[in-house]
Every structure is written in C-alpha cells, then in structure tokens.
Design a protein around this ligand. Structure first.
Ligand SMILES: *Cc1c(COP(=O)(O)O)cnc(C)c1O
Length: 408
C-alpha cells in the first residue's frame, strides 16, 4: 500500500450526515424503544420490497428464528439448509428443536439448486419429517425460486428465504414475471439482516417479511416475550377485565414464551434513513459489479467472478473463484499479500456442515460442490464508498497475483 492509499475492507457501511441526524433526533425524543419508529420502519420496508407484512427485530439471526418459529417447525421436523451460508441459517432451525439436513450447492456459485435440495431430501427421511427449506441468496445471486417453490409444493415444505445478501434485487417469480426479493412471491418468509456490512444498516437489525397475516401476528408477539396486549385475544377474562367490563390497565398475557428480539427506535431511525438510500446504493453496486466483471475478464480462468443466476441481483459481496493450485500460492498467503497492498478479503463461508457442532451432531459428511466452492472462493472489496480507482487498484493487485501463475 503506497502512501495515501486507503485500506479497502471487503465490505463497509455507508453512513452519511443525514443518517446521523435522524438517529440523534430519536435519541432526544420520548421513546428509545417500542415507540413510533418501529411501525414506520416496518411499513417502509414492506413497501420497499413489495411485501404484505414486515417484522423488524434486532438481528438477521432473530429474523430467521422468527420465521422458523412462525412456520411451526419443531422437534421431529427436518429443514433443508445449503451448507454454504452463515451459521445463523442452520442455527435458526436448531433453535426450534428441528434437525438440519445440509444440501450441497452449485460449485460455481455456492447456491442451492432444486437438484441438490432433492438429494438432501432423499437423506432427510431418516432424521424426521421434512417440513421446510431455507434457500440462501448467496452474495446476492438468487436461488432459482420457481424451481424451489415447485419442489416445496410437491413435498409440503415451508419456504424461508435467507435474503440477508440480496436486498434491492429481483428474481423470476414464475410465469415470466419478476418479483422483488422479499415480496415472498415464491416463499412463505424472507429474512434480511441490517448488520453494518450488509447493503443497508441499522447497526444491528433484521427484518422478516411474509404474506401471511397470522404468521405476521405470531412473529410480532414472539419478538417481544410472547406478550399479548389486545383485549380481544385475552384468554383469562376474569383476570383481564374489571367488573365494569373495562380492561385492567396493567394486564397482559403470554400464551407461549417468546424472546426479546426488539429493535430500538434509534436503530429503526437509522434503518429508515438507509432505506431511503437503497436505490442509490443499489445503483452504485450494479455499476461497481459491471466494472469488476469487465476488468476481471482477462484474468480467467485463474480468477473469475462466481457464475451469476437469472434475475436482477444487487450484490452484497463480490466473490471470485481463484484457482489457487495454478497460482502456486495458497489462499492464506494470497490474502496476506493482498492485505499488504491495502486490500481486505474474506472467505464466505466455511461450509456449515464442517463446523464442529454439526459434525458432532450429524457425523462427518462430504458435500463436494460446497467444498469445491469453499476451496476457491474469495470476497474482494465491494461497498459503495469505493471509487472506480479503488476497483482498478484491486484488479491490478489480482492481476499481479495471476501473473505468478503464468510465470510458474
Ligand atoms: C448476516 C447474515 C445472517 C445473520 O444476520 P445478523 O444480522 O448478523 O444476525 C444470516 N444469514 C446470512 C446469509 C447473513 O449474511
């Protein structure tokens, strides 16, 4: 890294002065939590992704747990999860006592396919009743939801999209139509994260979208201890109502225990402000992707972008596949070399079936597509704060790496 060149992390939030002002306003207002910003953010989010309902929570992990719970998953049930994802996709299945069957992925883009899902289903029977499938739109590239929906309908599975990487994009929804990611056109739930490294942020935060009003109510309750405050739903009428028929002012009920997954009002203020920038951030991400795609072409086959899928993706991560065998340099050494040039990279992800917890629980298995993807993948710097010159700098560093392979 020469003097004056910034370190480029693989991802980073883009916070602007108006984001800070919106948060500061809420910090001086009456409600820091359970205030008016919660519903305002949820309504704006639902509108932005074309969803009927949106429930905000305090992480993408909570958003996934709200969905697995509302889908009615529990002990004796099995859910299909692609192995190449963040831990939370699989953990959300375990939180409700269901078992995970890891599906293999396409080695060229890390995505679940109808074929790998079917192969996982064939293994699932021994572990319980298959009840759900959790496609992950890895890096922002969409899983083929039309094929997954068809499979889910044949097998009676709930579909929970892990859309944490895919906000702002759209994908084929059947009959030639396109739908926004999050509209749940071919799924029961879609889950988002607003962690700082994601496309928009609220510090920590998550959103679950659904078309199902009953599931929406259930998730809203589960997010806040399982508490019910609507008089019409009270079960213990003698405790709930005074002799004059009025609701006792202190009264609430808990039909089933929930969690405290509430987002704060100031986080929602940040989320609302960032949501207003989604179109601009998405446009910049599309431009940046096009520049990387074009400039990386000459580096194939040693370095090439992961294979895209149909749909209009807004990428969260820019992932390349590198043939480290041809480089004569292993991945850790390549990452250190890039870091010395001011370029941050990361691996997304170690396949989850290789984590000790899941190995101990389910035994060691081999998923060849996942492992082939994992061996070659590297996320390179990609966030709207980067200039075209920053992208050129990353490509030049990758070119120097690739040239070693030709020299070797
Ligand atoms: C970030 C992420 C999550 C979890 O979100 P948090 O907000 O960090 O809890 C889940 N799945 C995927 C694919 C993610 O990238």
């Amino acid at each position: 890294m020469s003097a004056g060149e910034r370190f480029l992390p693989y991802g980073r939030q883009s916070i602007e002065a108006d984001d800070i002002a919106r948060v500061a306003e809420v910090l001086q207002a009456d409600y820091l939590t359970t205030g008016p910003l919660i519903a305002r953010f949820e309504e704006a989010f639902a509108e932005a992704v074309g969803a009927r309902h949106a429930v905000v929570s305090n992480s993408g992990t909570a958003a996934l747990h709200l969905a697995t719970h509302a889908a009615g998953l529990g002990p004796g049930d099995v859910a299909i999860v692609p192995s190449v994802t963040f831990l939370a996709t699989a953990n959300a299945v375990r939180y409700v006592g269901a078992e995970v069957v890891f599906a293999d992925v396409d080695p060229e883009n890390g995505l679940l396919t109808a074929e790998t899902a079917e192969a996982a289903l064939a293994r699932a029977g021994a572990m319980g009743r298959p009840r759900a499938i959790l496609p992950v739109h890895l890096n922002g590239h969409s899983v083929d939801m039309v094929a997954i929906r068809a499979l889910a309908e044949r097998q009676g599975l709930a579909v929970i999209e892990d859309a944490c990487h895919a906000i702002g994009g759209s994908h084929p929804a059947g009959n030639g139509a396109m739908a926004a990611v999050g509209a749940c056109a071919a799924s029961d739930f879609a889950c988002f994260s607003l962690h700082p490294v994601k496309t928009i942020t609220m510090g920590e935060g998550g959103v679950t979208t659904t078309s199902d009003s009953a599931a929406f109510q259930r998730m809203s309750r589960f997010r806040s201890h399982g508490m019910v405050r609507e008089a019409a739903q009270f079960e213990q009428r003698a405790l709930a109502f005074a002799p004059d028929g009025e609701v006792n002012p202190w009264y609430y009920e808990m039909p089933e225990p929930g969690f405290n997954y509430r987002a704060t009002d100031f986080a929602c203020a940040l989320g609302l402000s960032q949501l207003g920038k989604l179109a601009r951030f998405a446009a910049r991400r599309r431009e940046m992707r096009a520049r990387y795609d074009r400039l990386l072409k000459p580096l194939a086959p040693i370095v090439r972008p992961v294979r895209p899928t149909s749909g209009d993706a807004v990428l969260h991560l820019y992932a390349v596949l590198i043939e480290f065998d041809m480089l004569g340099l292993d991945r850790a050494a390549a990452m250190r070399r890039l870091k010395d040039e001011g370029i941050g990279t990361m691996v997304h992800y170690l396949p989850v079936h290789m984590q000790p917890y899941y190995r101990h629980r389910y035994g060691t298995s081999v998923l060849e597509g996942a492992e082939a993807y994992y061996r070659r993948v590297l996320s390179i710097p990609f966030h709207p704060g980067m200039s075209d010159a920053d992208i050129d700098r990353v490509v030049a560093a990758l070119e120097r790496l690739a040239r070693r392979a030709h020299a070797a």
